[in-house]
Design a protein around this ligand. Structure first.
Ligand SMILES: *[C@@H]1O[C@H](CO)[C@@H](O)[C@H](O)[C@H]1NC(C)=O
Ligand SMILES: *[C@@H]1O[C@H](CO)[C@@H](O)[C@H](O)[C@H]1NC(C)=O
Ligand SMILES: *[C@@H]1O[C@H](CO)[C@@H](O)[C@H](O)[C@H]1NC(C)=O
Ligand SMILES: *[C@@H]1O[C@H](CO)[C@@H](O)[C@H](O)[C@H]1NC(C)=O
Ligand SMILES: [Cu+2]
Length: 411
């Protein structure tokens, strides 16, 4: 059942065949690789609307004699990774390494594979994977997850900046050459070493019908040998889904030390996370449709930018949905996931404010993975459980990035 559900949603690669790497296709004019002015306009509109909203809230609270927590004066901004100075990129990288050097809070009896504070976050994700994807809690859960990671970098590792994001279309032709992954001392480490291979193949579950879906390969797939995370040891997982790597012990929670691998490349990035994709996402009318564009359509090649970028990272643990936070690249990908949701929410302010309360009613809005088995709709009071990684909260507390404990937006 679990395997079928995973396969059904197109997120688990089950076969990798030997072959030659695809060449990046030459780009046409309307291929989504050039930033349209319309997109810039949308983003500017979102920023203007959130600023107005914060100011209005502040005024209303002050009239009632209350002091607002989040104002335009203390609002902080998360930035695109490549726009950070080299010094700031290095500070981020060093904070991640610091988190990887601190002892875990997860008891060895729960996850003997957890060897660091960084691993605490990976454990929490592994344990809850089937409840926190294609479910109503998906977006809020990952928002709080990234926020708590950012908080750990700051509070426990002296990082003075904020969580950067990976603006997917910006480097879509060759993410391996971007400031994030070019392997220089300010990157998140380079691509994996190139080993000839084909891309992942998604096999529909028995009885569903349909052809196998072949996804494009990256231009790596071997060990990461350049940049700050060269030779990084991955301790946990994989749980499943990696054709060339056996599952780790204890359902991925056991100790399974091995080198970090990646399979970055432009083909997957261009196909699933270009400017057209982002524009389409930001213009969806409601959260159900937003999530279909973001997370994809079951049994089809439309795996959406969420899965598309997870597969763009690929490798190990990046290609394993459960263990994917064990690659530092996960956090900039989910930074962008949260950024786009944040922008989309702000764009709805002009009409009504339901984007901060409406969790939808589609098949991705329930408490189980794509509502399999059938379950009630997620509710605002539902708990977001961070396990041993960080304090828990409720969905309601994180629906706005300028409410509750949160006070951030994106540049
Ligand atoms: C799909 O891939 C699986 C695993 O490689 C293979 O057994 C099966 O024959 C393929 N099905 C089709 C329709 O090509
Ligand atoms: C990675 O490990 C290999 C052998 O284990 C070593 O030769 C190499 O210098 C290491 N690279 C870095 C950047 O630490
Ligand atoms: C860009 O993304 C759109 C929608 O996600 C997709 O249909 C299109 O094929 C992509 N463009 C390229 C060049 O792959
Ligand atoms: C308010 O938001 C809801 C939910 O997204 C939507 O269905 C409705 O049409 C919106 N109402 C107006 C007046 O924009
Ligand atoms: Cu996740």
């Amino acid at each position: 059942m679990k395997a079928a559900a995973l396969l059904a949603t197109g997120l688990v690669a089950v076969a990798v065949h030997a072959g030659v790497p695809p060449r990046d296709a030459p780009a046409a004019a309307d291929d989504g690789l050039t930033k349209p002015q319309d997109l810039d306009d949308l983003i500017e509109k979102a920023k203007a609307q959130i600023t107005d909203e914060i100011n209005e809230n502040e005024e209303a609270l002050r009239k009632r004699g209350e002091t607002p927590r989040c104002t335009v004066r203390n609002l902080i901004f998360r930035r695109e990774y490549g726009s950070l100075s080299k010094e700031d990129r290095l500070a981020y990288v060093n904070a991640v390494k610091c988190l990887q050097s601190k002892p875990p809070r997860t008891p060895a009896s729960v996850a003997p594979g957890a060897k660091s504070r960084f691993d605490d976050f990976v454990v929490t994700h592994i344990q809850q994977t089937l409840a926190i994807h294609y479910s109503g809690v998906f977006q809020p859960w990952h928002r709080w997850f990234v926020y708590q990671y950012e908080k750990a970098l700051r509070d426990e590792c002296g990082y003075a900046g904020y969580q950067p994001y990976w603006d997917w279309p910006l480097y879509a032709r060759a993410p391996q050459d971007s400031p994030l992954f070019n392997g220089d001392p300010y990157s998140l480490g380079g691509n994996g070493e190139y080993i000839p291979h084909d891309g992942p193949v998604i096999v529909p579950p028995p009885g569903v019908g349909g052809d196998n879906i072949s996804l494009p390969a990256g231009v790596g797939s071997g060990l990461v040998k350049t940049g700050p995370f060269a030779n990084m040891t991955v301790n946990l997982g994989p749980v499943g889904g990696l054709a060339d790597t056996a599952p780790g012990p204890l359902g991925g929670l056991g100790y399974n030390p091995r080198g970090l691998k990646r399979d970055l490349g432009g083909a997957m990035n261009m196909r699933y996370a270009n400017y057209t994709t982002v524009f389409r996402l930001l213009t969806q009318p409601n959260v159900d449709q937003y999530r279909v564009v973001s997370e994809g359509v079951p049994y089809t090649p439309e795996i959406g930018p969420h899965g598309g970028i997870h597969y763009t990272i690929g490798g190990d643990p990046g290609g394993d949905l459960f263990t994917s936070p064990g690659d530092p690249a996960f956090w900039v990908h989910h930074g962008q996931m949260d950024r786009l949701w944040t922008l989309w929410q702000a764009l709805g302010l002009a009409d009504n404010k339901t984007r901060y309360t409406d969790l939808g009613s589609g098949s991705y809005a329930h408490r189980t993975w794509a509502n399999q088995p059938a379950s009630p709709l997620a509710e605002l009071g539902d708990v977001i459980d961070m396990g041993y990684a960080a304090p828990s909260t409720t969905i309601e507390e994180v629906m706005s990035t300028t409410g509750g404990e949160l006070c951030y937006f994106y540049l």
